[in-house]
Structure formats: C-alpha cells, structure tokens
Design a protein around this ligand. Structure first.
Ligand SMILES: NC(=O)c1ccc[n+]([C@@H]2O[C@H](COP(=O)([O-])OP(=O)(O)OC[C@H]3O[C@@H](n4cnc5c(N)ncnc54)[C@H](O)[C@@H]3O)[C@@H](O)[C@H]2O)c1
Length: 340
C-alpha cells in the first residue's frame, strides 16, 4: 500500500512513519518543516521513504504531490498542536488545521483515495469533572475549549462532511495525550526533563491538579496502523490508555526517576480555558482491531526519561529554541490577559 503521511516529521507522525516503513509500506511523507518538525526523527528509515516539503494548505503544491505519487491512502497528522501557541496566535491554527485539512480532503476526493485517516484529538470533546469516572465515547458532542481544540473540531466536521457529501472513505482517530521519545520540549514531559537537567525552576499551571490520560507514542502509532488496515470508513475511533495522572504526579515521577530536587517546582497562574480532565473509552477500536495500549505509564515514563538522558544534546538544543516563546507566554498569563 502506498501511503501519503502528512506531518511525518512531527512527534507522532514520525513514530508512525518508522513503524509503517519497518512493515515495508511505501511511504510518501509530506511536511512543511515548521519549528515542530525534525527530519532526524525519521533518519533511521530515510533510505526507504520519500520526503516532500510542502504546506498542506497550499492547493497547488499538494495537488502536485498527489498527482506525482498517486497514493492509495492518506494518514493526516500535520497540524499546529500546541495549546499555548493557539492562545497566542489562533490564526495559524485555523490556516493549517482547518484550511489545510479541507485542502487535503478536496484532493483526496479528486484523486479517489481509498482510505483517509484523519488524526484528531480527545481535546475536541472538552473536559470532564474531577470527581467522576466518566469517559468520552465517540458519540459525545464536541465541546472544544481552546482555539487548538476548536480548530481540530472544525477539521473533524469537514471530514464528516466529505464522508456524507462525497462518499470519501475517511475515518477519524481521537488519541489522548501522547508521550515518549522525540517529543518537542514545549510539551510537559520533555520540558520537565530538560529543566530538571539544567536545575531550572519548572512552572506548573494552577496546582498541577489537571488530569490527563497518558498514551505511549508507539502504542498510539500502532493503533493508527491497525485502523489504517482494519478501521471502517465513516467511523470515529478513540485511542487511549487507562493511565490517568495529575500533572503534578507526572512531574514528581520524573523528578524521582532523575533524583532531582522537588523544590524546582513552581506553581504559576493557570492558563485560560485550561481543561481539567480528559479520558476516553477505547472499546470501539478494541472491538474493530483488537488494539489496546500495552505500555504501562511507569514503564513508558522510565523509558522516556532515559531516552532524553541519552539524547541530551538534542533535548537541550530544542529547549533553547523555545525559550523566548515560553518566557513571553508566562509573562502574558501572569498579567492575566490574552493577546489577539
Ligand atoms: N501529541 C499529542 O499528545 C496528541 C494527542 C492527540 C492528538 N494529536 C494530534 O496528532 C497529530 C500529530 O501531533 P504531534 O504531537 O506529532 O504534533 P507535532 O507538533 O509534533 O508535529 C506536527 C507536524 O506537522 C507539521 N506541520 C504543521 N503545519 C503544517 C502544514 N501547514 N503543512 C504541512 N505540515 C505541517 C509540522 O512541521 C510537524 O512536523 C496532530 O494532528 C495532533 O493534533 C496529538
């Protein structure tokens, strides 16, 4: 099967590319190479994939890639993904996540793609109260709270409309929070590891009580591969684990593994619209493909921390790139106002 993978130089997309290439699939990878991309992530399979540098919102460039490669399937990861950046600059999220997805759908219909796998997020459902065992199912309404989540929910609606209006054989995947090697250190786990290495204060939003369900990135990539092969067109599938942790518990576990000083933790004003808890039911993907998450959080976190310690130079180089953004963000939240 020939697959066009968008966002393949990103964190989850690259894990998928490494896994699919190892299975012998023909991969055409397309990425705009934004700040979040790194081609090093697919270095181990570079001889068996083709790489196209292009913006998914650029119809001409994407049409040229579809017509020259004629893929059987599209697996669409490309997105602006950082919630804090979506609060600072929502326009870029509309452009890539909404216009970019709509562009790909139009081309997928034009080139009669046999399967379109759209990677969404559990954040489209909004959040859950702390004191319940409720979990989101695929039929729950979309109640996005951040500009990032709103842009992803909009993209999901476009996918739905192409299924209904044009009969596009598309399906939507909604993963929960991923963690693992190669994640950009603007996200909680690699940022915490980098700060612990440097002995820097680590800002924690609110009291660190927000709960996330943590999914090891290889488990997620595996689930997406299963759905590419056996997921039904027209359907929506959650992908998640049962590993719910408060942010403060995640940070404390990292500091324990690294034997670092817990006094580095510093509580800062919460981010606007910060979702409290996410959790998803995963019975549907399990029935459709037999998939379930395999890596327990303690094992995955231990492997992850050790990967970053082994790849310290990469981690600290990437962290220095985001320094200016993080400082501006903290100053803005401290002032308690949003830019537009
Ligand atoms: N990371 C998570 O925990 C998580 C959880 C649920 C869902 N998701 C979804 O999974 C997908 C991948 O997430 P990730 O964490 O790997 O993101 P990432 O930020 O690491 O990577 C995104 C990739 O998309 C590329 N990209 C951005 N704009 C583009 C454009 N206009 N054209 C082409 N390429 C572009 C970037 O260069 C980058 O390589 C996203 O759709 C995200 O919404 C992520």
């Amino acid at each position: 099967m020939k697959i066009l993978v968008t966002g393949g130089a990103g964190f989850i997309g690259s894990a998928f590319v490494r896994m699919a290439a190892a299975e012998g699939m023909h991969i055409e990878m397309c990425d705009k190479m934004t700040y979040a991309a790194d081609i090093l992530r697919v270095d181990s399979v570079k001889s068996s994939i083709s790489v196209h540098t292009a913006d998914i919102a650029d119809t001409g460039a994407m049409d040229a890639i579809f017509s020259s490669t004629m893929p059987d399937a599209v697996v669409h990861f490309a997105a602006e993904t950082h919630v804090d950046r979506s609060i600072m600059n929502p326009d870029e999220f509309v452009r890539t996540n909404v216009t970019g997805t709509a562009t790909l759908l139009r081309l997928a219909a034009k080139y009669k793609i046999k399967k379109f796998v759209h990677i969404s997020t559990d954040e489209v459902y909004g959040d859950l109260p702390a004191d319940t065992n409720l979990k989101f199912t695929e039929t729950d309404p979309l109640m996005p709270n951040s500009p990032y989540a709103a842009s992803k929910a909009s993209a999901d609606m476009f996918v739905r409309s192409y299924i209904k209006t044009f009969g596009l054989p598309a399906l939507i995947v909604r993963p929960s929070n991923n963690y693992g090697p190669w994640q950009y250190p603007e996200k909680l786990i690699p940022l915490t590891i980098a700060k612990a290495l440097l002995g820097e204060k680590m800002p924690v939003y609110g009291k660190g009580d927000n709960v996330r369900t943590w999914l090891f990135v290889d488990d997620c990539a595996n689930g997406i591969l299963d759905l590419l092969k056996n997921g039904a067109a027209g359907e929506i599938y959650n992908i998640g684990s049962h590993e719910e942790r408060k942010n403060i518990e995640v940070i404390t576990s990292i500091l324990d593994i690294m034997k670092a000083d817990k006094n580095l933790i510093e509580f800062v004003p919460d981010r606007p619209g910060h979702d409290f808890r996410y959790a998803v039911e995963t019975d549907k993907i399990n029935s459709a493909t037999g998939w379930k998450s395999r890596i327990e959080f303690e094992e995955g976190l231990f492997r992850t921390v050790n990967w970053y310690l082994d790849n310290k130079e990469w981690l600290l180089r990437k962290k220095s790139e985001v320094e200016g953004f993080v400082k501006a963000l903290m100053a803005q939240y401290a002032k308690g106002k949003q830019s537009n």
